[in-house]
Design a protein around this ligand. Structure first.
Ligand code: ADP
Ligand code: MG
Length: 252
């Protein structure tokens, strides 16, 4: 069985009748990179939030299995400890909590009670991850995302990925707001982890990031459903033709 199995997933916003996800089927395993593309408002972020357990969304039908377990009954922190990781489209700032403290707390939460990471090991790992992502070491003593530029925030998201080593990473428009150099660094950091130990769902509006992170699968989300799936060539085709043709075929 695939690491992540999504079957007929339907979801809506709590306190609203509007269904946003309208029957998603998707399977993702380690070593695979699935790009999810689609126009604004098609439900891409909703899918990532539902997978992580955002309380603002309600699953109305379908199921999600992660390593064979029912993901939807798990609390967000359990999902994280089970190996799921979400890179936010809009990372939150947490004034008062330093980057180093946040990362150490997250790692210790994954390790469980009575087994905190030793400080020298933590420092070694953090410095290696900072080097991989070309992050200034001084960033570790700044408050989390507080006053960070768009590029710094996204690098920090991937830095968390590098330290938590998830088995499945969901990147929600990690490319938005990045200049080309930052995009290359972020892609390099993600590529360094995709492999036998990790799979990825790369959500993106534009094809650009897929020049640096080559997808094994590409899916087009239109109005809460996967309207088309294919290989890397589908992303190239979309870059030329846009989403209009696929959207029209859905309406027909
Ligand atoms: P995408 O990430 O593909 O741009 P979203 O998943 O963010 O799309 O949004 C899908 C639809 O759901 C949009 O019409 C959006 O306005 C609506 N939506 C998403 N989240 C909320 C929310 N918290 N409250 C109200 N509407 C929302
Ligand atoms: Mg979005």
């Amino acid at each position: 069985m695939a690491d992540l199995v999504i079957r007929n997933l339907h979801a809506k916003i709590v306190d609203s009748d509007k269904e946003i996800l309208r029957g998603i089927d998707l399977e993702v395993s380690r070593g695979e990179t699935h790009a999810i593309m689609g126009p604004n408002g098609s439900g891409k972020s909703t899918l990532s939030h539902v997978l992580m357990g955002h309380p603002g969304y309600e699953v109305t039908d379908g199921e999600v299995l992660f390593h064979g377990d029912d993901l939807l009954t798990m609390a967000p922190d359990e999902r994280s400890r089970a190996g799921l990781f979400l890179c936010f489209q809009y990372p939150y700032a947490v004034p008062g909590v330093t980057v180093a403290n946040f990362l150490r707390t997250a790692i210790n939460a994954h390790r469980g009670k009575g087994d905190p990471i030793r400080i020298p090991e933590f420092r070694t790992r953090m410095e290696a991850a900072m080097k991989l992502l070309d992050v200034d070491r001084k960033m570790s003593s700044r408050y989390l995302n507080d006053g960070f530029s768009g590029g710094e925030k996204k690098r920090l998201e991937i830095l968390q990925l590098a330290m938590l080593k998830p088995s499945l990473a969901v990147l929600d428009e990690t490319d938005s707001g990045l200049d080309i150099d930052a995009l290359k660094i972020v892609a390099h950091g993600v590529n360094a982890h995709i492999g036998d130990e990790m799979g990825a769902i790369v959500i993106t509006h534009y094809q650009r990031i897929l020049d640096y992170i080559t997808p094994s699968h590409v899916h087009v989300l239109i109005e809460g459903r996967i309207a088309r799936s294919g290989g890397a060539e589908l992303a190239k085709e979309l870059e030329r033709a846009g989403y209009a043709d696929i959207a029209a075929s859905v309406e027909a």
